[in-house]
Design a binder for this molecule. Structure first.
Ligand code: NOJ
Length: 759
């Protein structure tokens, strides 16, 4: 009875605000605010705290769990409205069931939000995000995010913890596979595309889901690339290099931000008032939700800035972390903290308002079950046209790193030896974070080759094994290092072939969260196998599958053709075969520098000039390593094509840029090759003098276009003062007059520029 009365008053609260709304004709933002306030006014402190409490649950949680007291306690909390959102419960049926239980049992009947890590596809798996970024195709990345959203939403989900938009410069960090590489500008453009793909224009559309900008901030800069490590990050680098993708995310209306695990300026990010109150919710006026990372509020205690979980809770909520994922910090301590005056109830109200607002925007108050639709789930998941999108983006993500001896594309009627542990692997191409993909469901390279070239032209040997034991998200991958018994067979078939395709690299779980490596060459005995195969047949096309840049110095020196195919997703084998056969002309370009050696890491093209930039031959006292060239093996922005693109001289419309004006910079590019192909043209700018030290160059624009053989096209970029802006010595954002170098080039390793002056 009591419940009924309350529900009626909840409904009255909505309808009163609806009547008023039509009276005053108020805009939809105010409308949501009013509705949120109406609901909030009915809530007890306990219920409010419930809304900012989040648990991960398995499918068994649609009924009382058999997994002991803890799970039973959580289940009861969910039913009684003491949990506002859950992660990892999937499927229209399961989400419908649990939502129903919440609607039937909780006092206020506030619907749950269902969330999950939908990173590069839900059921239809696309290339890992680092691979996709190499396509530089924003429309296509938006499309893959949109397909992922359609599948996830049809499975009852409302919210993804993606995209990861951490700028990352150290390939030892396993999570580089999850991001868009080392550049803040490209990272920002890709962040926007992915967020708009997930969210569409309307969060209440049941084919879209809310997105998360993560991890705020600095997670990609963990020291020595070791996951969860601390870091040394100064404010200027934070603002100019790490923040831009997050600012862009906020500008396109991302629904949520996630804290990062690391500390910034000595404060764990989940407790950072500077990041959350000053920047995100202050300067940017972000009105969405901030969710902690998994137990990151609990980990404030491990960081050592809080003595216990209670102190950590106070720090996190006061700093602006709205939702506690998995730490049970808020649910356990916030009520007491309010009683003791250590946390204001208004601080909790603000966090709850944000959660309720998201629920309204998702349309859950109108219909809590709208996403959980069995028919739509069946119709939407793995639609055939989604597979087409997977093949399209996979082809565009491939980067041709080397192509000598005219090896590629392969010629017809060649005898092809296919060798390597990844050649027939149907699982590794799915990559880490593959959501609901069925293990081993990717098209393997070998299957793709069979389809493209016919089985009769192929001979196969595994050569060596790459990993032993379970290869899963939760368990460490052990590399098989000892057994060379397959070498002889591999060499035998290599001898018989016109060309050898070596499929080498990393399995899916050698990169990703918790998968940092101190050596990033080909794991195990793969390099040794490659060296031995080269002795018997040097016509080798090295097809790499991996989730991070690798050190490939010997390979680059000794192997004539190298194709970087990353972990390309469900359609991997078909996409690679398209490129090997020449049905698709490779167009991808790297979004992370490939080092020559691990000792160069972190390596990135937009580094600072330093006080001792370079010197003549034989000199000692300047910035360098004594034993390796300072350049990367393959620079940011690099990638070859079967076409040949020739760049003309840069033309400027003026050498002077007024503070409120714009100028253009153009270049004519000719495809002097024999086949048509796409080129990714890149605009870089260097600010020569600034109030803070500035990078040697920074990407500020790009275009990807197709040119037919002998076709010339003029690519024009408009340069505005905004593009020359940065966070200055006083931490304000803006320009400074002076001279700038303008580069238009096929990659970041370019020295040809024209100068302009900003008035
Ligand atoms: C930890 C990861 O750091 C984060 O990115 C992810 O969203 C959460 N786990 C939830 O799975």
């Amino acid at each position: 009875m009591k419940i009924k009365i309350l529900f009626l008053s909840l409904l009255t609260a909505f309808s009163c605000s609806q009547q008023e709304e039509s009276k005053n004709n108020i805009n939809s933002k105010d409308r949501v605010t009013q509705k949120v306030d109406s609901v909030l006014s009915l809530m007890t402190l306990e219920e409010k705290i419930g809304q900012i409490n989040q648990y991960a649950i398995g499918e068994e949680m649609t009924g009382p769990s058999e997994k002991g007291e803890q799970a039973e306690k959580r289940y009861q909390q969910i039913l009684s409205g003491k949990v506002g959102s859950v992660l990892n419960l999937l499927g229209a049926e399961n989400t419908m069931k649990l939502q129903k239980l919440v609607m039937e049992n909780s006092r206020l009947k506030i619907p749950l939000i269902f969330s999950y890590d939908v990173i590069h596809g839900y059921k239809t798996i696309f290339p890992v995000p680092l691979a996709e970024s190499a396509s530089w195709n924003l429309d296509l990345m938006k499309k893959t995010a949109s397909v992922a959203a359609q599948e996830a939403a049809a499975s009852g989900l409302h919210w993804t913890f993606a995209p990861m938009i951490d700028v990352s410069r150290d390939a030892r960090w396993g999570r580089v596979m999850e991001g868009a590489g080392e550049d803040p500008y490209l990272g920002a453009e890709i962040a926007k595309a992915r967020i708009l793909g997930f969210q569409g224009n309307d969060l209440s559309d049941p084919f879209t889901i809310a997105a998360t900008a993560k991890h705020f901030a600095g997670y990609g800069f963990v020291e020595s690339g070791k996951d969860y490590n601390s870091m040394n990050l100064n404010r200027e680098v934070l603002l100019n290099q790490i923040i831009p993708p997050f600012k862009a995310a906020e500008e396109v209306g991302v629904a949520s931000f996630m804290n990062s695990f690391n500390d910034v300026d000595g404060i764990p990010a989940s407790a950072s008032e500077y990041l959350l109150r000053d920047i995100l919710k202050g300067q940017w006026e972000f009105d969405g939700v901030v969710v902690s990372d998994w137990n990151s509020i609990g980990e404030i205690v491990n960081h050592g800035t809080a003595a216990n979980l209670k102190e950590a809770s106070a720090q996190a909520i006061n700093a602006g972390s709205d939702i506690d994922m998995e730490a049970e910090a808020y649910i356990t301590h916030l009520a007491t903290l309010v009683e003791e005056g250590k946390v204001e109830e208004e601080t909790i109200n603000d966090a709850v308002r944000r959660v309720l607002k998201l629920k309204f925007e998702l349309g859950l108050f109108d219909n809590p079950y709208k996403y959980s639709d069995l028919t739509r789930e069946k119709e939407t998941i793995q639609k055939p046209e989604f597979t087409e999108v997977a093949r399209e983006i996979a082809r565009e993500s491939i980067v041709l790193l080397k192509n000598e001896k005219d090896l590629l594309p392969l010629k017809s009627n060649q005898k092809i030896a296919v060798i390597g542990p990844l050649a027939k692997d149907k699982d590794s191409p799915l990559g880490n974070w593959r959501a609901q993909a069925k293990a081993g469901s990717a098209i393997s390279l070998y299957e793709g080759l069979e389809e493209a070239f016919g089985t009769e032209n192929l001979i196969y040997a595994e050569g060596v094994k790459l990993s032993i034991g379970p290869n899963t998200f939760h368990q460490k991958t052990e590399i098989e290092e000892k057994d060379k018994s397959g070498f002889e067979e591999a060499k035998k078939i290599a001898q018989k072939a016109d060309v050898v395709i070596m499929a080498l690299g990393e399995t899916a779980y050698m990169s990703g969260e918790g998968r940092s490596r101190s050596e990033i060459g080909l794991p195990g005995l793969q390099l040794e196998l490659l060296e031995e195969i080269k002795e018997v047949n040097s016509n080798i096309v090295l097809v790499l599958m991996n989730g991070r840049p690798l050190t490939l110095s010997w390979e680059a020196e000794n192997i004539p053709a190298i194709l970087e195919t990353w972990h390309l997703g469900a359609e991997a084998g078909n996409a690679i075969a398209d490129v090997l056969k020449g049905d698709y002309n490779p167009s991808g370009k790297l979004t992370m520098s490939f080092p020559r050696r691990v000792g160069q890491l972190p390596i990135y093209y937009n580094h600072k000039v330093t006080g001792r930039p370079d010197s003549g031959p034989g000199m000692v006292f300047y910035t360098h390593h004594n034993d390796v060239d300072s350049t990367p093996l393959f620079p940011f922005g690099f990638g070859l094509s079967y076409s040949n693109f020739e760049y003309g001289e840069i033309q400027l419309s003026s050498n002077t840029l007024e503070a409120d004006g714009s100028i253009t910079a153009s270049v004519e590019i000719t495809n002097s090759g024999k086949v048509s192909g796409e080129e990714i043209v890149q605009l870089y700018i260097q600010d020569e003098v600034g109030s803070v030290t500035r990078p040697v160059k920074e990407l500020k624009g790009f275009a990807k276009e197709k040119l037919a053989p002998n076709e010339s096209k003029t690519f024009t970029f408009t340069i505005t003062p905004e593009m020359l802006s940065f966070y200055r010595k006083d931490n304000t954002f803006g320009t400074e007059p002076g001279t700038f170098k303008i580069y238009i080039a096929p990659n970041s390793a370019t020295e040809e520029y024209k100068k302009i002056t900003l008035q």
